[in-house]
Write a protein that binds this ligand. Structure first.
Ligand code: AMP
Length: 280
């Protein structure tokens, strides 16, 4: 097991990546820490394709619209480094807020249109502006050739692809499949805050996604929305939204197509969970 190098400053990471070494390809996995199998699966994909892999661990304050959510976000850098050391061959970038947002920092903004307005964009005001701001800044620092994002955050992946496209950045964005626990629950750092009972309750999210996928022939998207709403009403979870969107335009669909994607956000106690599934 090789010791994982950990950089906390932009300068130290910069000199490792550019001066000390000349890497032909740099894979990048941005995370907010509290690492789980989902994160590790991204790092593994990056390792398979790139000469060096940088994993950033930074809980970005600008993408949280809820102060309590930011405060309660799980943080454990030592455990994260241990986990990476045991499973991966990568370097870690774990900067403080001042490194990412120095005094002269100018946030990068792009026009997101409908993509920024629906679902996560609608319920978490300013969230994607914060995501664009931090990912652009991290790209500026790491200068990756490839960057890996989970389909777990389906809308975020689309936002990042849009950003790279609009700004013409020379970075290949790779979407990675959702890692699920054997129970079907999508792995998430927020799952740490769920009790064992809540973890069982939360299985309703994936169950609904699978049910509506199987029932496409017999119910319309509107009927499927009502089906999911009813299922949540008789559960301890609180549904925030169920939406069937076109995976390219993010407009809600009236009829099923092979490009339809189902997305759910729900509260399990005070923990907000999201999940999604292709209807194809
Ligand atoms: P986060 O630390 O939650 O910001 O996530 C960092 C990256 O890991 C994002 O690209 C997420 O989409 C991805 N990710 C989080 N959970 C999963 C999962 N269960 N499966 C695959 N990727 C994930």
């Amino acid at each position: 097991m090789t010791k994982t190098r950990v950089f906390t400053t932009v300068d130290a990471l910069g000199s490792y990546l550019s001066e000390e070494n000349q890497f032909a390809s740099v894979g990048f996995v941005p995370t907010m820490g509290a690492l789980h199998h989902g994160h590790i699966s991204l790092v593994k994909q990056a390792e398979a394709h790139c000469e060096v892999v940088v994993v950033s661990i930074f809980v970005n304050p600008t993408q949280f619209n809820d102060v309590t959510d930011l405060e309660k976000y799980p943080r454990n850098l030592d455990a994260d480094i241990e986990r990476l050391e045991a499973n991966c061959d990568c370097v870690v970038f774990a900067p403080g807020v001042d490194e990412i947002y120095p005094k002269n920092h100018q946030p990068k903004r792009i026009e997101l249109g409908l993509l920024g307005a629906v679902m996560e964009g609608g319920f978490r005001e300013g969230h994607f502006d914060g995501v664009v701001e931090v990912v652009y800044r991290l790209f500026e620092i790491v200068r990756p050739t490839h960057a890996y994002f989970g389909e777990k955050d389906f809308q975020q992946l689309a936002v990042i692809k849009r950003m790279v496209n609009v700004l013409n950045l020379p970075i290949q964005i790779i979407g990675c499949p959702i890692y699920r626990e054997p129970s079907g629950l999508a792995a998430s750092s927020r799952n740490q805050r769920l009790s064992e009972t809540e973890k069982l309750d939360a299985l309703l999210i994936y169950k609904c996604l699978r049910d509506v996928k199987l029932q496409q022939k017999v119910q319309s998207p509107q009927e499927a929305i009502r089906y999911v709403q009813e299922a949540f009403k008789s559960s301890p979870l609180q549904l925030e939204y169920i939406d069937f969107i076109d995976a390219t335009t993010f407009a809600s669909v009236e009829v099923w197509t092979p490009n339809t994607h189902a997305c759910i956000a729900a509260f399990c106690g005070s923990v907000r969970l999201i999940d999604n599934l292709s209807m194809a």
